[in-house]
Design a protein around this ligand. Structure first.
Ligand code: SF4
Ligand code: SF4
Length: 392
């Protein structure tokens, strides 16, 4: 790997939300308190140093920013207000843009005009498509499937799912190439990738590192708040995933004119997703308004856009549900159109290019990190065995 210096790196990171990083004078307080610090590794000071000296390729190949769950301890102990926790957050945004070959993540993170313009444009496009392609408008009773024929909505769903798989897959491949195939690290046997794959699923589902961060907290009040945030974040991810699965694979079961009885799983799954999305988005926004905990003290525009979109999707979904049950046809159709106009940008723009991407990059990074460690241990063992057999 080349060690070329890029003097613009620190300025670039500021565009992604780093505040005060230039004030760091390398005292090491943050390293002493960070739970991720090890004997070999000064966390997060090492990453700040790489930024200050402009080692862009070393930054690109690092998994470290993804291992941090923003407990905020480092920022609280920094004597210079260099905000190392927020710098790690900015590095995650920056890395998301580095993995993204389309350049859209960079545009969205660094330009409000691009971010808001794209959301408005995509929402408007969905609205126009519904206006052009909708079926007959029944006004006697609600007939949503007549207004929005399932085969058209389903086709749009599959196009969207295909785009998501393509963009996420190609960006994840770039992440793999940047972080696992650069430099002089150990050669990794395929078997290690396979035997350690459970880490990927485990961390994606449980977000366990966050819980560990909360468990290490000494202040009981903050500990409770962190534990609650972890549980809500985990539930939010499950609701988001469930909503995506329902929309893509079970639309005919979910978008129906039939009113299912209360005990039917279709209703409970829908209610579960609605409640956790509402809770997650509401809490994220409330936390950012209050700014009480360290991780909410600074807010990049992307930190607002995601929960606002999520809230808009959830509320319009609830309204549409109410209007459908109250048998108010026109209100149901209009709310449905608005609901889709919010849903499309939230999925198509936020999942591969925006804040949502951390939900797959982070468990992937933890998995890659474990694979690297196991590969090093494997190599050391092999080297020791070779020495032993040579001595024999
Ligand atoms: S505590 Fe602050 S000044 Fe000290 S190394 Fe960390 S970021 Fe730099
Ligand atoms: S926010 Fe917490 S985990 Fe992240 S670098 Fe700072 S102390 Fe470490």
């Amino acid at each position: 790997m080349s060690n070329r210096i890029d003097p613009t790196l620190m300025h670039e990171l500021k565009e992604y939300g780093a505040v005060g990083i230039e004030k760091c004078f390398n005292c090491g307080n943050c390293t002493a308190i960070c739970p991720l610090t090890s004997d070999e590794y000064a966390f997060p000071r090492n990453m700040i140093r790489l930024t200050q000296v402009g080692m862009k390729e070393r930054m690109q190949s690092s998994l470290d920013p993804w291992l941090c769950y923003y407990c905020g301890d480092c920022s609280e102990t920094c004597p210079k207000q260099a905000e190392p926790g927020e710098s790690m957050m900015a590095m995650r945004r920056w890395l998301t843009a580095q993995y993204d070959w389309t350049g859209l993540a960079h545009k969205f993170y660094t330009s409000k005009a691009w971010e808001f313009g794209s959301i408005i444009l995509l929402g408007a496009l969905v609205f126009v498509l519904i206006a052009v392609l909708h079926g007959p408008i029944a006004t006697e009773h609600v007939a949503l499937n007549t207004f929005a024929p399932l085969r058209i909505v389903h086709a749009a769903d599959w196009i969207m799912a295909g785009l998501l798989v393509f963009f996420i897959g190609s960006n994840v491949l770039r992440m793999y190439l940047m972080t696992m195939r650069q430099g002089n690290g150990p050669k990794i046997p395929l078997g290690i990738y396979i035997t350690e794959a459970w880490n990927l699923v485990f961390h994606a589902v449980t977000q366990r590192r966050w819980a560990t961060c909360a468990a290490d907290e000494k202040d009981e009040k903050i500990k409770k708040s962190k534990q609650t945030s972890w549980i809500i974040h985990m539930l939010l991810a499950s609701g988001y995933g469930l909503m995506l699965i329902l929309i893509v694979f079970f639309l005919s079961w979910f978008q129906t004119d039939e009113i299912y009885p209360l005990y039917h799983p279709q209703r409970w799954l829908g209610y579960y997703a609605t409640i956790v999305l509402l809770l997650g988005a509401g809490r994220a926004l409330w936390g950012r308004i209050q700014q009480e905990v360290q991780m909410h003290r600074f807010s990049h525009p992307s930190d607002w856009i995601f929960p606002v979109l999520l809230l808009a999707v959830t509320l319009t979904g609830i309204l549409q549900h109410i209007f459908r049950y109250a048998d108010l046809p026109l209100l149901t159709y209009y709310t449905y159109a608005i609901h889709l106009a919010f849903t499309a940008p939230m999925l198509i723009l936020e999942v591969p290019f925006g804040k949502w991407a951390h939900l797959y990059y982070r468990p992937l990074a933890i998995y890659f990190q474990v694979v690297k460690e196991k590969a090093s241990q494997y190599q050391e063992k092999q080297a020791a065995e070779a020495v032993a057999s040579a001595a024999d």
